[in-house]
Write a protein that binds this ligand. Structure first.
Ligand code: TRP
Ligand code: SF4
Length: 543
């Protein structure tokens, strides 16, 4: 089994494919969802994340526990000049945003990308995402905005004519809000050959039952629908085609299943993985802390503490570690089998899908003492991060992508103006970026509020700004970057100084003004659209 046997007394590594044994992120979450889902009482407060469903999220905190989304507030102090949506908690969660924040601070390369299904007119909910892309672009990101036309056709059944019209409209709003098309890239999925090639490669790493588990697909799900999923995976990794870089995908939390799968696929595409090991055998993640403990306690039991033996460690561990019985038992067994082999920490670089040439190159690239096996190299003088860097470089030199796992940030959904969900199928519930300013004005004026039954009661108790769709408009959009103004509205409301009539009048005027400005800018871009390098019309026949 050893490729290149250095003199030692290590036993064979019985493992064939060593992927570190960690269950994949996407699978873990989808199986969590299944075990506590269903129609029983436990399922009642379950949060379901469905990219194609209607998303209302009753309790954002559940997303942290249930899916491992992290709180944005924890990274906020590390973000230079955070966007107002970040400062106001509208962007509430993230996955792995730290590398993006670090790149921003250090002036390193990073990217931001999001996509839009052209199913209707862009509205104020989309504006949040447009703003997030644009803000990252202004902080130095390579920025991308894409039109998910394949998804709209496959998952929503839109005709190509409808898609063409809407695609144009999304692009115009993105530009009008400040996206710089010279610096960034806009594309339609269907027109991007490189993207589709990448989708094809990624598709080879996923299978139908996996998509079934993540998205509740079944045997009737059409193939193009599945293809639109791998296309989205390719979208998410597209900014890294030239070279790996931290990439943030700003989306609603309903898209999180896509993020988990994309992060898994990014890892599966890697040539090598890096883990910590203590002997030639492969340890499970839960066994590693036990092995570490046994190694650290070597003075207590080893005949020669310079070279503790696995068998000795097994005896010690059996008596000393009561913690998790299963992990201890299997760790003891592995140590026992390894017998006289020295227990010795090392960094393991294992082969996931490298070519022979790449594996040979890896062996060459590992500095210091090393042992080479069929499926992995153990390095004794490299830290994990040094090993990761070497592994990525070898991969890139040998034709691999070297993807970094993509990051995401999640914003809250806006409440509909009529209360409940903001939905494109209920025109009064949302404001389209194409709404006539007078209509926008009218919708705000007739919006539900968090006000009290009478003006008197409101003066006495204050309004419920936290439950008010109009306050949301101020916080998410109308106050723009002006925190003071947003705070003033809030405090005047809850303090009873602000009454809903006047508050809505002010909001309605600001909204009408915003729509007017926005539409003016759209019209300006409309003139220039032909000069841009984006193909907005398809010549597809089927409608
Ligand atoms: N699925 C997304 C939606 O429903 C659109 C989309 C396609 C997307 N590709 C993407 C979003 C890549 C973010 C990143 O709106
Ligand atoms: Fe909402 Fe304004 Fe009324 Fe407060 S005063 S409840 S913010 S409409």
């Amino acid at each position: 089994m050893m490729r290149d046997s250095h003199t030692d007394d290590e036993s064979r590594d019985g493992q064939t494919r060593t992927d570190g044994g960690e269950p994949s992120e996407a699978r873990r979450a989808s199986s969590d969802r299944r075990t506590d889902g269903g129609t029983d009482a436990a399922g009642a407060d379950e949060v379901k994340l469905d990219p194609w469903g209607s998303s209302t999220i009753a309790d954002y905190r559940k997303l942290f526990e249930q899916f491992g989304i992290e709180e944005f507030d924890a990274v906020l102090p590390d973000v230079p000049n955070p966007h107002y949506l970040m400062r106001r908690g509208v962007i509430f969660g993230h996955r792995d945003y730290d590398p993006v924040a670090e790149a921003m601070r250090e002036g390193d390369d990073f990217a931001a990308l999001s996509g839009f299904m052209p199913t209707g007119d862009p509205h104020i909910g989309h504006k949040m995402v447009f703003d997030e892309i644009i803000w990252h672009q202004q902080q130095g990101a390579d920025a991308y905005g894409l039109i998910a036309d394949l998804e709209a056709h496959a998952a929503r059944g839109l005709t190509w004519a409808e898609i063409d019209e809407h695609a144009r409209s999304y692009v115009l709003s993105l530009l009008a809000l400040g996206f710089d098309p010279e610096e960034g890239e806009l594309y339609r999925q269907s027109e991007n050959r490189e993207l589709q090639d990448l989708a094809f490669e990624l598709g080879a790493e996923a299978n139908a039952s996996e998509l079934q588990a993540i998205y509740d697909f079944d045997g009737e799900t059409n193939i193009s629908y599945m293809q639109s999923v791998v296309t989205q995976m390719a979208d998410i990794l597209y900014p890294q085609l030239d070279e790996p870089k931290p990439t943030v995908i700003p989306v609603g939390p309903d898209q999180d299943p896509h993020m988990r799968l994309a992060r898994d696929l990014a890892a599966r595409m890697r040539y090598f993985g890096v883990t910590e090991a203590f002997a030639s055998f492969e340890a499970q993640p839960e066994e590693r802390p036990l092995l570490r403990q046994a190694y650290d306690a070597r003075e207590e039991y080893a005949e020669d503490p310079e070279m503790p033996r696995c068998g000795e460690a097994a005896d010690w561990l059996r008596d000393h570690e009561p913690a998790s019985a299963d992990a201890r038992e299997s760790a003891v067994e592995k140590l026992t089998n390894a017998g006289k082999e020295p227990l010795r920490p090392r960094t393991r670089i294992f082969d996931r899908r490298a070519t022979d040439a790449a594996f040979e190159a890896l062996i060459e690239a590992v500095d210091g003492e090393k042992r080479v096996y069929d499926e992995h190299v153990d390095a004794f003088d490299l830290s994990q991060s040094e090993a990761e860097e070497i592994a990525r470089q070898v991969e890139l030199d040998n034709g691999g992508y070297g993807f970094l796992p993509p990051s995401s940030i999640y914003h809250r959904f806006m409440t509909g103006l009529t209360g409940g969900k903001m939905s494109s199928s209920i025109p009064a519930s949302h404001i389209s970026l194409l709404d006539d300013p007078a209509d926008g004005y009218g919708k705000v004026k007739s919006a539900t509020t968090g006000g009290r039954a009478t003006a008197e009661e409101q003066r006495e108790k204050g309004g419920k700004a936290d439950e008010c769709p109009v306050y949301e408009l101020y916080a998410y959009l109308l106050s723009g970057d002006d925190d003071e103004f947003a705070t003033e509205v809030y405090e005047e409301c809850v303090g009873g100084e602000r009454l809903c009539g006047g508050c809505k009048e002010q909001a309605a005027e600001l909204m009408a003004q915003f729509l007017e400005d926005h539409q003016e800018k759209r019209a300006e871009w409309e003139e220039k659209l032909d000069e841009l390098d984006i193909d907005l019309d398809t010549d597809r026949k089927r409608s």
